[in-house]
Design a protein. Structure first.
Length: 175
């Protein structure tokens, strides 16, 4: 039997997140001009920024393509933003090879079928509480939070606490 998710938290160096259904609740508001508006959680954003500032890799891989999403993520300090990814496995392999990241040290949070194959390649596949049954079945941890409602924050905070970095961050002692 493999390691429990709590043991794996010690080795996480990289967070990869899907957008719709993970950083958002999966719903879109469609304007009269056809623009699709999404809502993101401020606490998820704070945690991603904290992770970056604490030395973790943070990457976004999404099939969706929305310039507003890109701007929001860039403003948090995320530089590895892969939108309109038609092959998440290929994007994942390119990203991990570029930065020489061991896939066993990656936490990936996805919520639906497009995330299925890439989640099977990482050390810690996770999902929001409201993910599809197929994704829940392969996740080593299912968040207590729904997508867009703090699931990302929950995972980042758990990793940083286990590794002793969360306390340093909120006390202003991070690098």
């Amino acid at each position: 039997m493999g390691k429990s998710y709590k043991e794996i938290l010690n080795n996480i160096s990289t967070f990869i997140f899907d957008v719709d259904g993970v950083l958002t609740d999966g719903s879109v508001h469609i304007t009269q001009t056809g623009e699709m508006l999404r809502t993101m959680n401020i606490r998820d954003g704070f945690a991603m920024k904290a992770a970056i500032e604490s030395g973790y890799h943070v990457c976004i891989i999404s099939g969706g393509n929305n310039e507003g999403v890109r701007i929001r993520l860039r403003n948090l300090g995320i530089t590895d933003i892969h939108l309109a990814s038609s092959d998440k496995v290929a994007t994942f392999k390119e990203y991990t090879e570029l930065y020489n990241i061991n896939p066993e040290h990656v936490l990936y949070m996805g919520d639906d079928i497009p995330d299925f194959h890439v989640m099977q390649l990482v050390g810690l596949p996770t999902c929001p509480q409201d993910a599809s049954p197929e994704i829940k079945a392969i996740s080593k941890y299912i968040s207590h939070k729904k997508g867009g409602k703090g699931a990302v924050r929950e995972m980042i905070e758990q990793v940083m606490k286990v590794q002793g970095k969360w306390h340093l961050y909120y006390n202003g002692k991070h690098d």
